[in-house]
Design a protein around this ligand. Structure first.
Ligand SMILES: Nc1ncnc2c1ncn2[C@@H]1O[C@H](COP(=O)(O)OP(=O)(O)OP(=O)(O)O)[C@@H](O)[C@H]1O
Length: 322
Protein backbone atom coordinates (compact mmCIF):
# COMPACT_ATOMS: atom_id res chain seq x y z
CA UNK A 1 0.00 0.00 0.00
CA UNK A 2 1.29 3.48 -0.91
CA UNK A 3 1.26 6.61 1.28
CA UNK A 4 -2.18 8.17 1.70
CA UNK A 5 -3.15 10.50 -1.16
CA UNK A 6 -6.43 11.54 0.41
CA UNK A 7 -7.04 12.87 3.92
CA UNK A 8 -10.02 14.04 5.91
CA UNK A 9 -9.15 15.89 9.12
CA UNK A 10 -11.56 16.85 11.88
CA UNK A 11 -14.46 17.26 9.48
CA UNK A 12 -17.66 18.77 10.86
CA UNK A 13 -20.74 18.99 8.62
CA UNK A 14 -23.87 20.40 10.20
CA UNK A 15 -27.40 21.26 9.05
CA UNK A 16 -28.88 24.50 10.35
CA UNK A 17 -32.59 23.69 10.47
CA UNK A 18 -35.53 25.50 12.07
CA UNK A 19 -35.58 22.83 14.78
CA UNK A 20 -31.92 23.44 15.59
CA UNK A 21 -28.42 22.41 14.47
CA UNK A 22 -28.15 18.79 13.28
CA UNK A 23 -24.53 17.77 13.79
CA UNK A 24 -24.47 15.01 11.18
CA UNK A 25 -20.68 14.65 11.00
CA UNK A 26 -18.54 15.46 14.03
CA UNK A 27 -14.74 15.56 14.01
CA UNK A 28 -14.25 12.77 11.50
CA UNK A 29 -10.66 12.01 10.41
CA UNK A 30 -9.31 9.32 8.11
CA UNK A 31 -6.96 8.77 5.22
CA UNK A 32 -6.95 6.68 2.07
CA UNK A 33 -4.13 5.16 0.02
CA UNK A 34 -4.13 4.08 -3.60
CA UNK A 35 -5.26 0.47 -3.94
CA UNK A 36 -7.12 0.65 -0.64
CA UNK A 37 -10.79 0.18 0.26
CA UNK A 38 -11.96 1.98 3.39
CA UNK A 39 -15.35 0.74 4.58
CA UNK A 40 -17.53 3.16 6.52
CA UNK A 41 -20.16 1.30 8.52
CA UNK A 42 -22.91 2.29 10.94
CA UNK A 43 -26.65 2.24 11.45
CA UNK A 44 -29.01 4.46 9.52
CA UNK A 45 -28.49 8.14 10.36
CA UNK A 46 -24.91 7.76 11.59
CA UNK A 47 -23.56 10.29 9.07
CA UNK A 48 -22.05 7.99 6.44
CA UNK A 49 -23.74 9.57 3.41
CA UNK A 50 -23.17 13.11 4.68
CA UNK A 51 -19.45 12.25 4.94
CA UNK A 52 -19.50 11.07 1.29
CA UNK A 53 -21.46 14.10 0.10
CA UNK A 54 -19.10 16.43 2.00
CA UNK A 55 -16.15 14.96 0.10
CA UNK A 56 -18.02 15.44 -3.19
CA UNK A 57 -18.69 19.09 -2.30
CA UNK A 58 -22.42 18.43 -2.53
CA UNK A 59 -23.80 19.52 0.81
CA UNK A 60 -26.74 21.81 0.11
CA UNK A 61 -28.51 24.39 2.25
CA UNK A 62 -29.30 24.31 5.11
CA UNK A 63 -26.08 22.33 5.58
CA UNK A 64 -22.44 23.14 5.20
CA UNK A 65 -18.95 22.07 6.21
CA UNK A 66 -18.43 23.97 9.44
CA UNK A 67 -14.76 23.11 9.94
CA UNK A 68 -12.08 20.62 9.04
CA UNK A 69 -10.08 19.70 5.99
CA UNK A 70 -10.53 17.42 2.97
CA UNK A 71 -7.35 17.16 0.90
CA UNK A 72 -6.60 15.26 -2.32
CA UNK A 73 -2.90 15.01 -3.17
CA UNK A 74 -2.33 17.87 -0.75
CA UNK A 75 -4.90 20.18 -2.35
CA UNK A 76 -7.59 21.48 -0.01
CA UNK A 77 -11.08 20.81 -1.39
CA UNK A 78 -13.25 22.48 1.25
CA UNK A 79 -12.29 25.99 0.08
CA UNK A 80 -13.03 25.35 -3.62
CA UNK A 81 -16.07 26.97 -5.20
CA UNK A 82 -18.87 24.79 -6.61
CA UNK A 83 -17.49 25.45 -10.12
CA UNK A 84 -13.91 24.59 -9.14
CA UNK A 85 -15.16 21.42 -7.49
CA UNK A 86 -16.76 20.37 -10.80
CA UNK A 87 -13.30 19.55 -12.10
CA UNK A 88 -12.84 17.04 -9.29
CA UNK A 89 -16.30 15.52 -9.36
CA UNK A 90 -16.40 12.63 -11.79
CA UNK A 91 -12.90 13.27 -13.06
CA UNK A 92 -10.90 12.68 -9.87
CA UNK A 93 -13.54 11.59 -7.36
CA UNK A 94 -16.57 9.64 -8.59
CA UNK A 95 -19.60 8.59 -6.57
CA UNK A 96 -21.86 5.56 -6.98
CA UNK A 97 -25.23 5.47 -5.23
CA UNK A 98 -27.44 2.63 -4.05
CA UNK A 99 -30.13 3.19 -6.65
CA UNK A 100 -28.69 3.11 -10.20
CA UNK A 101 -31.85 4.82 -11.44
CA UNK A 102 -30.75 7.93 -9.53
CA UNK A 103 -27.75 8.13 -11.85
CA UNK A 104 -29.09 6.66 -15.08
CA UNK A 105 -31.51 8.50 -17.33
CA UNK A 106 -34.30 6.04 -18.29
CA UNK A 107 -34.82 7.81 -21.62
CA UNK A 108 -31.25 7.56 -22.87
CA UNK A 109 -29.29 4.65 -24.23
CA UNK A 110 -26.30 3.57 -22.13
CA UNK A 111 -23.95 4.74 -24.89
CA UNK A 112 -25.27 8.31 -24.88
CA UNK A 113 -25.08 8.51 -21.08
CA UNK A 114 -21.51 7.27 -21.10
CA UNK A 115 -20.51 9.64 -23.91
CA UNK A 116 -22.12 12.52 -22.02
CA UNK A 117 -20.14 11.67 -18.87
CA UNK A 118 -16.87 11.73 -20.84
CA UNK A 119 -17.85 14.84 -22.81
CA UNK A 120 -18.34 16.86 -19.62
CA UNK A 121 -14.61 16.72 -18.95
CA UNK A 122 -12.81 15.69 -22.12
CA UNK A 123 -12.91 16.41 -25.83
CA UNK A 124 -12.06 13.13 -27.57
CA UNK A 125 -13.22 11.45 -30.79
CA UNK A 126 -16.30 9.21 -30.86
CA UNK A 127 -14.07 6.25 -31.68
CA UNK A 128 -11.97 6.90 -28.55
CA UNK A 129 -15.13 7.38 -26.49
CA UNK A 130 -16.49 4.09 -27.78
CA UNK A 131 -13.25 2.25 -26.96
CA UNK A 132 -13.16 3.73 -23.48
CA UNK A 133 -16.78 2.74 -22.79
CA UNK A 134 -16.16 -0.83 -23.91
CA UNK A 135 -13.09 -1.02 -21.70
CA UNK A 136 -15.03 0.29 -18.67
CA UNK A 137 -17.94 -2.12 -19.25
CA UNK A 138 -15.52 -5.03 -19.57
CA UNK A 139 -13.74 -3.96 -16.38
CA UNK A 140 -16.94 -4.49 -14.37
CA UNK A 141 -17.57 -7.86 -16.02
CA UNK A 142 -20.41 -6.91 -18.37
CA UNK A 143 -20.78 -9.55 -21.10
CA UNK A 144 -21.37 -8.39 -24.73
CA UNK A 145 -20.50 -4.77 -23.93
CA UNK A 146 -21.26 -3.61 -27.51
CA UNK A 147 -24.86 -4.76 -27.16
CA UNK A 148 -25.20 -3.14 -23.72
CA UNK A 149 -24.15 0.20 -25.14
CA UNK A 150 -27.27 0.17 -27.29
CA UNK A 151 -29.59 -0.75 -24.44
CA UNK A 152 -31.83 1.44 -22.31
CA UNK A 153 -31.51 1.05 -18.50
CA UNK A 154 -34.90 -0.68 -18.19
CA UNK A 155 -33.74 -3.41 -20.57
CA UNK A 156 -31.16 -4.54 -18.01
CA UNK A 157 -31.33 -6.32 -14.66
CA UNK A 158 -30.68 -4.38 -11.43
CA UNK A 159 -27.22 -5.94 -11.13
CA UNK A 160 -26.31 -4.99 -14.72
CA UNK A 161 -27.56 -1.44 -14.20
CA UNK A 162 -25.40 -1.07 -11.11
CA UNK A 163 -22.39 -2.36 -13.06
CA UNK A 164 -23.08 0.25 -15.75
CA UNK A 165 -23.11 2.95 -13.07
CA UNK A 166 -19.77 1.72 -11.75
CA UNK A 167 -18.44 1.64 -15.35
CA UNK A 168 -19.54 5.28 -15.77
CA UNK A 169 -17.66 6.13 -12.56
CA UNK A 170 -14.53 4.57 -14.08
CA UNK A 171 -14.72 6.38 -17.43
CA UNK A 172 -12.59 9.36 -16.51
CA UNK A 173 -9.95 7.37 -14.64
CA UNK A 174 -10.70 8.82 -11.18
CA UNK A 175 -8.26 8.63 -8.28
CA UNK A 176 -11.03 7.44 -6.00
CA UNK A 177 -14.62 6.23 -5.94
CA UNK A 178 -17.10 6.74 -3.13
CA UNK A 179 -19.72 3.99 -3.23
CA UNK A 180 -22.80 4.57 -1.06
CA UNK A 181 -24.58 1.24 -0.39
CA UNK A 182 -24.08 0.24 -4.04
CA UNK A 183 -25.02 -3.41 -3.69
CA UNK A 184 -27.55 -3.28 -0.85
CA UNK A 185 -30.58 -3.68 -3.12
CA UNK A 186 -29.08 -6.64 -4.99
CA UNK A 187 -29.26 -10.31 -4.17
CA UNK A 188 -26.28 -11.91 -2.47
CA UNK A 189 -24.89 -13.72 -5.55
CA UNK A 190 -24.97 -10.57 -7.70
CA UNK A 191 -23.48 -8.61 -4.80
CA UNK A 192 -20.61 -11.08 -4.58
CA UNK A 193 -19.93 -10.81 -8.33
CA UNK A 194 -19.82 -7.02 -8.22
CA UNK A 195 -17.57 -7.06 -5.17
CA UNK A 196 -15.22 -9.45 -6.96
CA UNK A 197 -14.89 -7.05 -9.91
CA UNK A 198 -14.50 -4.01 -7.64
CA UNK A 199 -11.69 -5.63 -5.67
CA UNK A 200 -9.91 -6.51 -8.93
CA UNK A 201 -10.29 -2.93 -10.20
CA UNK A 202 -8.89 -1.51 -6.97
CA UNK A 203 -5.89 -3.84 -7.06
CA UNK A 204 -5.17 -3.48 -10.78
CA UNK A 205 -5.74 0.24 -11.18
CA UNK A 206 -4.57 1.42 -7.77
CA UNK A 207 -7.87 3.21 -7.15
CA UNK A 208 -8.83 4.38 -3.69
CA UNK A 209 -12.34 3.50 -2.59
CA UNK A 210 -14.67 4.48 0.22
CA UNK A 211 -17.45 1.90 0.56
CA UNK A 212 -20.36 3.10 2.67
CA UNK A 213 -22.63 0.41 4.10
CA UNK A 214 -24.61 -0.76 7.12
CA UNK A 215 -23.44 -4.32 6.42
CA UNK A 216 -20.24 -5.43 8.11
CA UNK A 217 -20.25 -8.81 6.39
CA UNK A 218 -19.75 -7.21 2.95
CA UNK A 219 -16.79 -5.28 4.32
CA UNK A 220 -15.12 -8.39 5.67
CA UNK A 221 -14.67 -9.50 2.05
CA UNK A 222 -13.89 -6.17 0.45
CA UNK A 223 -12.35 -3.62 2.79
CA UNK A 224 -8.74 -3.16 3.87
CA UNK A 225 -9.75 -0.90 6.75
CA UNK A 226 -13.06 -0.16 8.45
CA UNK A 227 -14.32 2.99 10.17
CA UNK A 228 -17.32 2.53 12.46
CA UNK A 229 -19.58 5.58 12.79
CA UNK A 230 -22.36 6.31 15.26
CA UNK A 231 -24.42 9.51 15.58
CA UNK A 232 -21.98 11.46 13.40
CA UNK A 233 -18.81 10.41 15.21
CA UNK A 234 -16.15 7.73 14.77
CA UNK A 235 -16.35 4.98 17.37
CA UNK A 236 -13.56 2.75 16.11
CA UNK A 237 -11.24 2.54 13.11
CA UNK A 238 -8.78 -0.18 12.21
CA UNK A 239 -7.76 -2.78 9.67
CA UNK A 240 -10.46 -5.25 8.67
CA UNK A 241 -8.78 -7.91 10.83
CA UNK A 242 -8.68 -5.54 13.82
CA UNK A 243 -12.37 -4.67 13.47
CA UNK A 244 -13.91 -7.98 12.39
CA UNK A 245 -11.67 -10.18 14.53
CA UNK A 246 -10.67 -7.86 17.37
CA UNK A 247 -13.29 -5.13 17.84
CA UNK A 248 -12.90 -3.41 21.20
CA UNK A 249 -15.68 -0.80 21.11
CA UNK A 250 -19.02 -1.95 22.57
CA UNK A 251 -20.88 -0.45 19.57
CA UNK A 252 -18.74 -2.35 17.05
CA UNK A 253 -19.32 -5.54 19.05
CA UNK A 254 -23.09 -4.95 18.90
CA UNK A 255 -22.89 -4.34 15.16
CA UNK A 256 -20.95 -7.57 14.73
CA UNK A 257 -23.49 -9.45 16.85
CA UNK A 258 -26.27 -8.10 14.65
CA UNK A 259 -24.81 -9.72 11.51
CA UNK A 260 -26.86 -12.87 10.88
CA UNK A 261 -24.91 -16.08 10.78
CA UNK A 262 -24.39 -17.30 7.25
CA UNK A 263 -24.88 -20.86 8.45
CA UNK A 264 -28.45 -20.28 9.53
CA UNK A 265 -30.59 -19.65 6.46
CA UNK A 266 -33.37 -17.12 6.85
CA UNK A 267 -32.04 -15.74 10.13
CA UNK A 268 -33.01 -12.11 10.59
CA UNK A 269 -30.66 -9.27 11.43
CA UNK A 270 -30.58 -8.84 15.21
CA UNK A 271 -31.50 -5.27 16.01
CA UNK A 272 -29.45 -3.35 18.55
CA UNK A 273 -31.98 -2.42 21.27
CA UNK A 274 -32.80 1.27 21.67
CA UNK A 275 -32.54 4.25 19.32
CA UNK A 276 -29.81 6.60 18.24
CA UNK A 277 -29.97 9.88 20.17
CA UNK A 278 -31.27 12.98 18.40
CA UNK A 279 -28.45 14.73 16.57
CA UNK A 280 -30.08 18.00 17.68
CA UNK A 281 -29.32 17.43 21.33
CA UNK A 282 -26.02 15.62 21.64
CA UNK A 283 -24.04 16.00 24.84
CA UNK A 284 -20.26 16.17 25.04
CA UNK A 285 -19.77 12.51 25.88
CA UNK A 286 -20.12 9.21 24.04
CA UNK A 287 -23.33 9.23 21.96
CA UNK A 288 -23.66 5.45 22.35
CA UNK A 289 -23.74 5.61 26.18
CA UNK A 290 -27.56 5.53 26.36
CA UNK A 291 -27.59 2.11 24.64
CA UNK A 292 -24.35 0.72 26.02
CA UNK A 293 -24.22 -2.07 28.63
CA UNK A 294 -20.80 -0.87 29.77
CA UNK A 295 -21.64 2.82 30.20
CA UNK A 296 -20.75 4.64 33.44
CA UNK A 297 -20.81 8.26 34.65
CA UNK A 298 -17.53 9.10 32.94
CA UNK A 299 -19.08 8.37 29.53
CA UNK A 300 -20.82 11.77 29.64
CA UNK A 301 -17.37 13.42 29.46
CA UNK A 302 -15.68 14.11 26.07
CA UNK A 303 -14.06 10.88 24.90
CA UNK A 304 -10.42 11.01 23.78
CA UNK A 305 -9.08 8.69 21.08
CA UNK A 306 -7.19 5.68 22.39
CA UNK A 307 -4.54 4.25 20.11
CA UNK A 308 -4.36 0.46 20.30
CA UNK A 309 -1.95 -0.08 17.40
CA UNK A 310 -0.51 1.95 14.52
CA UNK A 311 -3.81 1.38 12.69
CA UNK A 312 -6.39 0.75 15.42
CA UNK A 313 -8.10 3.58 17.35
CA UNK A 314 -11.19 3.63 19.56
CA UNK A 315 -13.17 6.34 21.30
CA UNK A 316 -14.38 4.64 24.50
CA UNK A 317 -13.80 4.73 28.27
CA UNK A 318 -14.77 1.10 28.78
CA UNK A 319 -13.61 -0.92 25.79
CA UNK A 320 -13.55 -4.70 25.74
CA UNK A 321 -10.25 -6.32 26.61
CA UNK A 322 -8.21 -7.84 23.82
N1 LIG B 1 -30.47 17.92 3.96
C1 LIG B 1 -30.52 17.61 5.26
N2 LIG B 1 -31.17 18.40 6.14
C2 LIG B 1 -31.23 18.09 7.45
N3 LIG B 1 -30.65 17.00 8.00
C3 LIG B 1 -30.00 16.17 7.18
C4 LIG B 1 -29.90 16.42 5.76
N4 LIG B 1 -29.19 15.40 5.20
C5 LIG B 1 -28.87 14.56 6.21
N5 LIG B 1 -29.34 15.02 7.39
C6 LIG B 1 -29.23 14.36 8.71
O1 LIG B 1 -27.92 13.92 8.92
C7 LIG B 1 -27.92 12.69 9.65
C8 LIG B 1 -26.99 11.71 9.01
O2 LIG B 1 -27.54 11.31 7.76
P1 LIG B 1 -26.81 10.33 6.75
O3 LIG B 1 -27.68 10.25 5.54
O4 LIG B 1 -25.40 10.73 6.56
O5 LIG B 1 -26.85 8.96 7.54
P2 LIG B 1 -26.39 7.54 7.00
O6 LIG B 1 -25.50 6.97 8.05
O7 LIG B 1 -25.86 7.63 5.63
O8 LIG B 1 -27.78 6.76 7.01
P3 LIG B 1 -28.39 5.74 5.93
O9 LIG B 1 -27.67 4.45 6.15
O10 LIG B 1 -29.83 5.68 6.32
O11 LIG B 1 -28.16 6.34 4.58
C9 LIG B 1 -29.37 12.22 9.70
O12 LIG B 1 -29.89 12.45 10.98
C10 LIG B 1 -30.08 13.08 8.70
O13 LIG B 1 -31.39 13.36 9.14
Amino acid sequence: MTDPFFRVDNLNTWFFTRQGVIKSVRDISFELSRGEVLGIVGESGSGKSVTGMSIMGQIDEPGHIVSGSIALDGEELTTLSFEEMRHYRGKRIAMVFQNPLMTLNPLMRVRDQMYEAIGEHENISRKDMHDRCIEALKAVGIPSPDERLNAYPHEMSGGMRQRVVIAIALLLGPDMIIADEPTTALDVTIQAQIIYHIRRLIDEHGLGMIWITHDLSTLSELADRIMVMYAGATMEIGTTEEIIGGARHPYTRKLLDSVPSRNVPGQKLNQIPGNMPSLLALGEGCPFASRCDRAADICSEPVPAIQLSATHHIWCYHPFED
